[in-house]
Design a protein. Structure first.
Length: 268
């Protein structure tokens, strides 16, 4: 079995794979004071609920955008599983080539999502004679990220914007008369109370931001793209967009498993 870890700014998402299938998942807040012992205890409790012994988990892989917590995850994996953590970086062969972006500035989560989208596409049975489309991944988390993979499996770059909750927190922090509001979309765009106006601006505004960026990206690309949404806010925002219909909530974990399988095969 494989432990895949998506270390993000908001949460640490862990998935347990039996072969290519994701069999269980868990989540823990990305608290900067987290210790390896605390993460190990969380994993052991989770594995126990799944009736899995730590000794049955043979390997671990991680993508991280929180450098200060990366050693904590590595230590927890070593102490829990007795396995060294495979850390995704631009030098690792993930199945897509980087064509354009500076690899040193590329977040590991974006690279893994691109690899996951490409891997899922290649696993599909396409009609004879039909060429591969490009992939456009929309990750709705702490930041909203749109990333493009060409029909040749090239990571071309993308767009990063403030995420849904990040935008709302910034608005509330700078407006004395506003308070935090529930993240839910009103039925009408036209708000008639301060609460309704803020909810409309945040929810419908973010949906329009995504639709607008997708439209602009498609104008610049010379190929058709399939759209895949992922991230914690995808189920909340996607229904209010005109573009996003396919949601893969475990895309990053799926990508990590695909990269690990590729790396293992290369090692023989």
């Amino acid at each position: 079995m494989l432990l895949a870890v998506d270390l993000g700014n908001t949460s640490i998402k862990s998935g347990l794979f039996r072969g290519p299938a994701l069999s269980a998942r868990t989540r823990l807040p990305s608290q900067r004071q987290l210790t390896a012992a605390q993460l190990r205890a969380h994993w052991l409790e989770w594995l126990a609920t799944e009736a899995v012994s730590a000794s049955e988990v043979a390997a671990a892989i991680c993508c991280s955008v929180v450098p200060e917590l990366t050693p904590i995850v590595a230590a927890a994996a070593r102490e829990t599983l007795g396995a060294e953590l495979l850390l995704v970086d631009p030098e690792l062969d993930v199945g897509v080539t980087i064509a354009g972006p500076d690899p040193r500035e590329l977040g590991a989560d974006r690279l893994v999502n691109a690899a996951a989208a490409w891997s899922l596409l290649q696993a599909r049975a396409l009609p004879p004679g039909e060429g591969l489309p490009g992939q456009l991944v929309v990750d709705l988390g702490t930041a909203t990220k749109l990333d493009v993979v060409s029909p040749r499996g090239e990571f071309l770059g993308g767009v990063i914007a403030p995420g849904l909750e990040t935008s709302l927190a910034g608005l509330v922090a700078r407006a004395a008369r506003l308070r935090a509001v529930p993240l839910q979309a009103p039925r009408r765009v036209l708000g008639q109370s301060t609460l309704g106006c803020v909810q409309s601006g945040v929810m419908h505004g973010h949906a329009s931001l995504i639709d607008g960026l997708i439209t602009r990206l498609r104008r610049e690309l010379s190929f058709e793209c399939e759209l895949i949404a992922t991230g914690g806010y995808a189920p909340l925002i996607a229904p209010h967009t005109e573009s996003l219909r396919r949601i893969e909530p475990d895309l990053t974990l799926i990508g990590l498993a695909a990269i690990h399988a590729r790396t293992s095969a290369a090692r023989g």
